[in-house]
Design a protein around this ligand. Structure first.
Ligand code: FAD
Length: 511
């Protein structure tokens, strides 16, 4: 397979870039499941941008910087915030149906850490609405070939032995196709848009695809990866034995929901007297974690019963219905919630145009570490980051298209992926999945300690050795590849956490 662009991932980042890149050249877009199996599709709250007259770029910039705990790249923050309104207009022009008020202006929600109402939303189905509009636009485009059930395994790099790892050109990717075969996808530019890595933790709001593939793939190719210690835990995931990864959006707290412990006390005043429930996610998640540990409770409660049923049904249709289907009437009773891994601020380091440190390799969306989020992401800034950087990356390619297009064909070694016998005991994979997710949850979670991090490092290293043997011995499968990637991502999170000796942003050390 050959194309000008190879885009890996069909979330907001991959789709936004592909739609634009199709104007320049041919695009092969691969996605490891179905087109809409993405975190994007689950986003509830919305997308932040300065569109109201009472808001300003400076306020959005300050909110982002203060959430990022001094670790943001200010130039990147300014660029993203200032590009926000234009990108939002573009989404509207593509047909994203954001909710509007009676005057026909965007109805803006408020979320934790934002000093203004600036979150455009489609009630609590914002991500699904964005994904729908982008997919429908993509389908009109003849220059894009979409390959579902195709999983990127590793990058193809040129074989210039004079160059060190990380200095080689990226010329494509090895892909496990839907027939179980490895194919080569060659391209002039490869764009990793594989999303986050929430599945590294036992409890997560992320979909099953979030196994950090892009980060692991780029790291193996020698790309720089940074800020992996900054994992955002969403404070409020639904706690119910039948609910898998269901998020209760921050916007519910934005509409005045209170957090209560099992004694029915509003406990946030003990931890964040000023901001209370609207403190940033890390503060709220830590407060809940502490309260649960102190009281020995399995969960806390989010109370929005002061709002009328009609309001809740309209403003939060998905949450209302999902809770109802589990026998929870949110208009009458508080919702049981727990924190869960939600967003990875770190990732593959990129410049302001989405370029990684590997030539011809870009990274966009949650896979990337652009400098926007620093030590802690401000709510609703990630969808914004994805569309802004997709545009910047496209503009970079457009400007440099002559050079990129004329790229010579480069010699590469042939298929390095071992094709052996089929694994006969899936338990070898599943058992290691379980170990990684539990070790990460218990030892590398919301609040950390050096001794626990060292234990985690040892355990994960043992598991990694076993996985490498499995990878070398058996024919590769999706599950095996994801496990290999998640184990590498786990080790990167642990290493980064051990290196950062002081608590900052999302990285909270007890010692
Ligand atoms: C429940 C939930 C609610 C959220 N709410 C908000 C919100 O309100 N506002 C906000 O700004 N952010 C929100 N976020 C975060 C935001 O949704 C994500 O950061 C963003 O959607 C990521 O987009 P993406 O394009 O980078 O990745 P994704 O949308 O996750 O897409 C990743 C794509 O890569 C594919 N892929 C992965 N690995 C491979 C591989 N090896 N080979 C081929 N394909 C691969 C996947 O199949 C998928 O198509 C939320 C996240 C969650 C989980």
């Amino acid at each position: 397979m050959e194309s000008d662009f190879l885009v890996v991932g069909s979330g907001i980042a991959g789709l936004s870039f592909s739609i634009k890149a199709a104007g320049l050249g041919t695009v092969n877009l691969i996605t490891k499941k179905k087109e809409v199996d993405t975190a994007t599709n689950l986003a509830q709250g919305g997308i932040a941008a300065v569109v109201s007259g009472s808001d300003s770029f400076d306020e959005h910039i300050n909110d982002t910087l203060s959430s990022g705990a001094g670790l943001c790249d200010e130039e990147v923050v300014r660029m993203v915030v200032e590009n926000g309104p234009e990108r939002l207009k573009e989404l509207v022009a593509l047909g994203v149906d954001f909710v509007k008020n009676k005057k026909g202006l965007l109805s803006l929600g408020r979320e934790g850490g934002h000093s203004q109402r600036r979150v455009a939303h489609a009630y609590d189905l914002t991500g699904r609405e964005i994904e729908r509009a982008l997919v429908s636009e993509l389908e009109k485009n003849k220059s894009v070939n979409l390959y579902e059930d195709h999983m990127c395994v590793d990058l193809i790099l040129d074989e210039d032995s004079d160059k060190s790892r990380g200095d080689r050109d990226c010329v494509g990717a090895y892909v496990l196709n839907n027939q179980g075969l490895i194919e080569e996808f060659r391209a002039k530019v490869v764009v990793l848009c594989t999303g986050g890595a929430g599945k590294v933790y036992l409890y997560t709001s992320n979909p099953d695809i979030a196994t950090g593939d892009g980060i692991a793939i780029a790291y193996r190719a020698g790309a720089l990866v940074d800020k992996m210690e900054f994992v955002q835990f969403h404070p409020t995931c639904l706690y119910h034995h039948m609910a898998k990864n269901f998020l209760i959006s921050e916007a519910v707290r934005g509409e005045g929901a209170l957090l209560l412990n099992k004694q029915n006390e509003r406990f946030m005043e003990k931890y964040e007297k000023e901001e209370m429930e609207l403190a940033t996610r890390d503060k709220v998640a830590r407060a809940i974690d502490k309260e649960m540990k102190k009281t020995g409770a399995d969960c806390v409660y989010l109370d929005i019963t002061h709002k009328k049923r009609e309001f809740l049904e309209k403003r939060f249709p998905t949450i209302y219905e999902r809770c109802k289907s589990l026998g929870l009437d949110i208009a009458k009773k508080p919702i049981p919630v727990v924190p869960a891994a939600h967003y990875l601020c770190g990732g593959v380091v990129t410049d302001i145009n989405g370029r990684t440190t590997v030539k011809n390799l870009l990274a966009l969306g949650e896979t990337a570490c652009t400098g926007l989020h620093g030590g802690n992401r401000l709510a609703s800034n990630s969808l914004l980051e994805a569309v802004v950087f997709a545009d910047k990356a496209f503009c970079y390619c457009q400007k440099n298209w002559k050079n990129l297009k004329e790229k010579k064909s480069i010699k590469v070694r042939m298929d390095k992926i071992p094709q052996k016998s089929k694994i006969d005991e899936e338990i070898l994979i599943n058992h290691n999945w379980d170990i990684i997710r539990r070790v990460m949850w218990n030892y590398v979670g919301i609040v950390r300690k050096e001794s626990r991090l060292l234990l985690a490092k040892q355990r994960i290293a043992e598991v990694q050795k076993e996985i490498e043997i499995i990878f070398r011995t058996y024919k590769v499968t999706y599950n095996m590849l994801e496990l290999r990637n998640i184990s590498l991502v786990a080790s990167l999170i642990i290493e980064a956490s051990l290196k950062r000796k002081k608590s900052v942003g999302l990285h909270c050390l007890l010692d």
